[in-house]
Design a protein around this ligand. Structure first.
Ligand SMILES: Nc1ncnc2c1ncn2[C@@H]1O[C@H](COP(=O)(O)OP(=O)(O)OP(=O)(O)O)[C@@H](O)[C@H]1O
Ligand SMILES: [Mg+2]
Length: 226
């Protein structure tokens, strides 16, 4: 059973009278444990695809299956639970809440999932260790470097132990040394924790480490190489 699958996926936007075909007939099957890099020029549909795979947006046509469940048939609550427990997101601009400490940011998805406080605290400390930032637990995002903020964002993405991590240009804002640290972390999450990783990236050093590279152009898959 593929971990993630799409069948005939289309996403169309209308701006006034102009039709924008952001994704055209995307058929993909991704197995558990794959590390997939998605590449392509600006506007080729990379982020749109990631949002559909992550169930944070819906296709105009076609279907997304996660562990063989057609997500379009799921009720809102079930879908929310699926997003919370199976999918972790990492974004280019980190999106940490600026008024919460590093630790509180990591805890947030566990609170959402209803994990008791003692377990939340323990899991947060484990995650801070995993990303090498335990001593920064009580710092605010504004007191952390970009690379450190992204490590906290990765810890947050892992909070509820999801099986899939989706990342949209996670090293896009970072200098090359911080970018390397993020890459190492993603590799660890893939190889040691066995998570499926799908990462949109312009960063060749990151894409080289992927086990599969999918290229998009004008909303279509133009190459898919393992
Ligand atoms: N909400 C929207 N409304 C209208 N058009 C949109 C919307 N979101 C994306 N698009 C269009 O869909 C196409 C694909 O956009 P997308 O953001 O997926 O590209 P991308 O490959 O991620 O580009 P980048 O590398 O610049 O991030 C673009 O033409 C974009 O303008
Ligand atoms: Mg994008």
């Amino acid at each position: 059973m593929p971990h993630l699958r799409t069948v005939g996926l289309y996403k169309t936007y209308w701006l006034d009278e102009i039709k924008i075909q952001s994704l055209i007939d995307i058929n993909l099957s991704i197995e558990q444990g794959e590390f997939v890099a998605i590449k392509g020029p600006s506007g080729s549909g990379k982020s749109t695809l990631l949002h559909l795979l992550g169930c944070i947006d819906t296709p105009t046509m076609g279907n997304v299956f996660i562990k063989d469940i057609n997500v379009s048939t799921m009720k809102a609550n079930a879908l929310r639970e699926l997003r919370l427990r199976e999918l972790g997101f990492v974004f280019q601009h980190f999106y940490l809440l600026p008024v919460l400490t590093a630790q509180e940011n990591i805890e947030l998805p566990m609170k959402e999932a209803g994990l008791p406080k003692a377990q939340r605290k323990q899991r947060t400390m484990e995650l801070l260790d995993a990303v090498g930032l335990r001593e920064r637990a009580n710092h605010m995002p504004g007191q952390l470097s970009g690379g450190e903020q992204q490590r906290i964002a990765i810890a947050r993405a892992l909070a509820n132990n999801p099986s899939i991590i989706l990342a949209d240009e996670p090293t896009g804002e970072l200098d090359s040394a911080s970018g390397r640290t993020i890459l190492e972390l993603l590799l660890k999450i893939n190889r040691e924790y066995g998570k499926t990783i799908i990462v949109v990236t312009h960063d060749d050093s990151l894409a080289r480490q992927a086990t599969r590279i999918i290229k998009l152009h004008d909303g279509r898959i133009v190459s898919d190489v393992r």
